[in-house]
Design a binder for this molecule. Sequence first.
Ligand code: 13P
Length: 240
Amino acid sequence: MYFIANWKMFGGLNSLNSLNKVVNFFKGFKEKKTTKIIYCPPSTLILPMSKKLKSSGIDVGAQNCHQNENYGAFTGSINSKMLKNVGAKYVIIGHSENRSSGETNEIINIKIRSALKSGLKVIFCIGETLKEKRKKNTKQILNIQIKKGLDKIKNKKNIIIAYEPVWAIGSGIIPKSNELFKIIEFIKKKNKVFKILYGGSVNSKNIRDLKSISIIDGFLIGGSSQDSKKFIDIIKKTYN
Ligand code: 13P
C-alpha cells in the first residue's frame, strides 16, 4: 500500500522535526515490506528532507515540475532533472490545484514524459469536478485525462495514478464506497498496469471505509499528512 503525503504549500525547516515520529514508527512497523511511504513537501524542503529520511525507507517526491526537460529561462520554475538532483524520486503531476490554474492535459503529458526521462516516478492525478460529476461525465472526463496525459508513453511502469475527485479535496466529503469501487475498477480495466490510489479528504476516521475497497492500492493525503500522529494513524488503521 502507498501512503503519499502531499504537504502542498505548507511547511518550513522546523516542520522536519515532526518526521521523527514517522521514522520511528516505520522502523518497527510489521507491514513495512508492503508499505510505501512517500513525502511530497514544498520544493524548498526536498533536499533537507531527503537528507533527513536517508536510510529510513521513506522516499521523497516533488509536487510539480516545469515541462521543459532542460535548463532554460523560466523564472521561478524547476524542472524534473533539478528535482531528481536534490533527492526527489517521485513527482506529482496533474494535480487539480494546478489544472485549475491553467495546466492542460497537453502540458501534463509533456511534464510526465520529461519526468520519466529524468528518472522520476510519476504520481499522475486525475479527477472530475462537481459540475462534471453532476452531469454524469466522470468516466468521460477521466478517459480524456488519461488518454491525453499519457499520450505517446509506451512504458508506464513508473506511473501511479491518483484518482482525486476535485469535489472531495479539502471538503471533508469522500465518494460513496460503491461509486468509488466502480470508478477505480473502470480505471484499472482500461489500464491494467497501474497502481491506483485514492485522494481527497482521507483522514483517520474515514480510512476504515476507504480501506475496505480492496482494489485501492493506497492513498494520496493532503491535510491529514501534515500531522504525523494523524498520518501514522491512517497507516495503522489501513492494516487492522
Ligand atoms: P486533502 O487530503 O487535504 O483533501 O487533499 C487531498 C489532495 O489534494 C492530495 O493531493
